[in-house]
Design a protein around this ligand. Structure first.
Ligand SMILES: Nc1ncnc2c1ncn2[C@@H]1O[C@H](COP(=O)(O)OP(=O)(O)OP(=O)(O)O)[C@@H](O)[C@H]1O
Length: 426
């Protein structure tokens, strides 16, 4: 019975995805010269679009912007289709979100629009992530979702303001801030992605891969607000989303209590051995490398000690484990990031080519306290210069459970400089 349900669910999803692939629409694209003309902040009457998720953060952001004299509208992006084939729409998270967006927009008197980006999400975020999970790498779809979807596919569709010939501003409820750096010689200004006031909610890690041109048009109305203040404001102004819990789960796919189970609808099980790295002994079996992350308790039955995942060997399809969560092989000091992208692509920090390197701050997962590190460029091929580069990141202290596939982001103080995918550690 369980396998029949699973088959039915797989079939449903495939149809949903095929349907999504059939949807296609285009709007005006923005050229680089139009972006260069962008001012530091919107003027009265400028066109501003707020991305609304149905959550409290974007609702309050919309309210803060609605109090300004902008030409404001809202957009809800549907990026995942969970519609039931029978047409009952049961368990359809996006519809509830869209209803909430419409309720808040009605209250604020804002026009709102639903845009279907499920095809783009599937091809630009989910499918590449699936290929990574399959080979045992742990990707971070939320980072790619910001780059490819919110500050990618959506921005490409936002119209040019005909009267001012300015690109539309794009606001989100991210906890992040923005500043500008102006060259004395050319007077040309470049946008800086900065940490927000609420350091507990700081989302610059998730935004670390967006492009400079996307950042140029971004507005973060919650830059100076804390989460408790945001909830208070939502209550005070009677926004229907005031009490909505914070979103969890991967971007747009929604909440998934059993993430491994969810993935197994897309990836064929591939059983393999669980091996004690110290003895070489096979001590168990797994259903697929994607069910484990580095540093996780592998829950191997019949072992006296808890065994923790230290490596996923894609070639042998094996999970390597060690006893105890504090085993030395679970720690690493050096991270190799072969395609690091600086938000200012042509302007990497000073020192990365010197023997001393550049001293910066690293986060290799969301919400970790940033760690001091020394960053050096290595094995750079000429063609990769100017867009991405190979970095060796040496941490001041050993880091537990650094996971290949995860994003390593770098800051200079509060300034987020960019990010890249961790390939290996030592
Ligand atoms: N489906 C969506 N459509 C449009 N914009 C979205 C959507 N999902 C997220 N966003 C934008 O990205 C921001 C950050 O999204 P995230 O998923 O991290 O939610 P969050 O921090 O819990 O915010 P919120 O409370 O608004 O859901 C949102 O505040 C919103 O501006």
């Amino acid at each position: 019975m369980a396998s029949m349900l699973k088959l039915a669910s797989m079939f449903r999803r495939q149809i949903c995805m095929r349907r999504a692939a059939q949807r296609y629409f285009t709007r005006s694209f923005v050229t680089s010269s139009e972006l260069q003309a962008q001012a530091h902040s919107p003027k009265p009457g400028d066109k501003v679009v707020i991305g609304m998720s149905g959550g409290v953060d974007s609702s309050v952001s919309a309210m803060l912007l609605a109090n300004q004299d902008y030409d404001l509208s809202a957009v809800y992006m549907r990026n995942w289709d969970t519609r039931d084939e029978s047409g009952t729409d049961k368990g359809c998270e996006w519809e509830k979100d869209w209803e909430d967006v419409q309720l808040v927009c009605k209250k604020l008197g804002l026009p709102c629009e639903l845009i279907d980006l499920s095809k783009e999400y599937w091809t630009r975020v989910f499918e590449p992530s699936l290929r990574q999970w399959e080979v045992g790498v742990s990707p971070n779809p939320d980072v790619w979702c910001n780059r490819e979807i919110k500050f990618g596919a959506l921005l490409e569709r936002l119209p040019i303001n005909a009267s001012s010939n300015q690109a539309t501003w794009f606001a989100t409820g991210h906890y992040a801030s923005k500043g500008w750096s102006t060259s004395h010689e050319t007077q040309y200004s470049r946008p800086k992605l900065l940490r927000p006031r609420d350091k507990n909610k700081d989302q610059t890690y998730f935004l670390s891969a967006i492009s400079e041109s996307g950042l140029r048009r971004a507005l973060f109305p919650l830059a100076n607000s804390t989460k408790p203040e945001v909830r208070e404001l939502a209550k005070k102004y009677g926004l229907s989303t005031a009490e909505r819990p914070d979103s969890v789960g991967i971007c747009f796919v929604g909440e998934r209590t059993r993430f491994g189970g969810f993935l197994s609808e897309y990836i064929t099980p591939k059983p393999g051995p669980i091996v004690n790295k110290l003895t070489g002994e096979v001590i168990g079996e797994h259903e697929g490398l994607w069910n484990f992350t580095i540093g996780q308790n592998a829950r191997v039955a019949g072992m006296k000690e808890k065994m923790f995942v230290v490596k996923k060997d894609a070639e042998k399809n094996a999970i390597l484990v060690v006893p105890g969560s504090k085993h030395e092989s679970l720690f690493s000091t050096v991270l190799n990031v072969p395609e690091f992208t600086w938000i200012w692509k042509d302007s990497p920090p000073h020192g990365i080519d010197s023997p001393e390197g550049a001293t910066l701050e690293l986060a290799h997962r969301y919400r970790m306290s940033p760690v001091k590190c020394v960053v050096r460029r290595y094995q750079d091929s000429p063609e990769s210069q100017g867009s991405s580069m190979s970095l060796k990141i040496e941490c001041q202290s050993p880091q537990q459970a650094v996971t290949p596939g995860q994003v390593a982001a770098l800051w200079d103080g509060d300034w987020c400089l960019g990010s890249g995918i961790i390939e290996s550690t030592s």
